[in-house]
Design a protein around this ligand. Structure first.
Ligand code: AMP
Length: 190
C-alpha cells in the first residue's frame, strides 16, 4: 500500500515514517532527506537548492517530482511507499497520481497529523537547539509554516474528495501517535 504522511513541518512525519519502515518494511520517500543528501554530497542539484531550503521556501515542483519518480520502482518492489514531505503542492499531488497510475498503482491512504502552530513552534525550537538544522531557525521556520498553510494545506480537500483522508491527533506522545496510525493501517479496508 502507498501512504502519504501529511502535515506541517515538525508534525512528526519523519519520526513516524521511520518507525513504519522498521515495523512494516515499507520504503520511506522523503524529498527533504533526498534534498539534504544532495546538499551534503555537494552535487549540482544540492548547490541549486541549498539557498531556498535554508530560507524555508519550496524547491521547484519539477525537481521534487523527478526525485520521487526515480525512487518509485524501489518502493514498489518493497510493497509500498510512505511519502513524507511530498506532495506539497497541487501540481505535485497531480503528478504523483499520474506517475502511480502509469505503474498500475495509487495512493491508498493519506494520514494527516494534526498539530497546532504553537506546539510546532515549541517542538522546532527544541529541535533547533539540539540538532542545529539550519532551516529550523525561527525565521526560516515561519517561512516553512507559511508555505505549508498557503501551498500544502489546500491539498486536504483534494484528498478528501478522493475519500482517502484520515486525521490523527499529532499532539500526543510518539507512541500514542504511532498507535493511532497503526489502528488506521490495520483497518480491514486496506
Ligand atoms: P522537510 O524535511 O520535508 O521538512 O523538507 C525540508 C525542505 O526541503 C523544505 O522546507 C523545502 O525547502 C524542501 N522540500 C522538501 N520536500 C519538498 C517538496 N515536496 N516540495 C518542495 N520543496 C520541498
Amino acid at each position: 500500500m502507498n501512504l502519504i504522511l501529511f502535515g506541517p513541518p515538525a508534525a512528526g512525519k519523519g519520526t513516524q515514517a521511520r518507525r513504519l519502515v522498521e515495523t512494516r518494511r515499507m520504503v520511506q520517500l522523503s524529498t527533504g532527506d533526498m534534498l539534504r543528501a544532495a546538499i551534503a554530497s555537494g552535487s549540482e542539484l544540492g548547490q541549486q537548492v541549498s539557498g531556498i531550503m535554508q530560507r524555508g521556501g519550496l524547491v521547484s515542483d519539477e525537481i521534487v517530482i523527478a526525485l520521487i519518480e526515480e525512487r518509485l520502482p524501489e518502493a514498489e518492489a518493497a510493497g509500498g511507499a510512505i511519502f513524507d514531505g511530498f506532495p506539497r503542492t497541487l501540481a505535485q499531488a497531480q503528478a504523483l497520481d499520474i506517475m502511480l497510475e502509469r505503474r498500475g498503482s495509487r495512493i491508498d491512504l493519506v494520514i494527516r497529523l494534526k498539530v497546532d502552530d504553537e506546539a510546532l513552534m515549541q517542538r522546532v525550537a527544541g529541535r533547533y537547539a539540539e540538532s542545529g538544522r539550519p532551516d529550523d531557525n525561527p525565521d526560516s521556520f515561519k517561512v516553512r509554516l507559511g508555505a505549508y498553510n498557503d501551498q500544502t494545506a489546500p491539498l486536504l480537500p483534494y484528498y478528501e474528495n478522493q475519500r482517502k483522508l484520515l486525521e490523527v491527533d499529532g499532539m500526543g506522545s510518539i507512541d500514542a501517535v504511532a498507535a493511532a496510525i497503526d489502528e488506521a493501517l490495520d483497518e480491514p479496508r486496506w
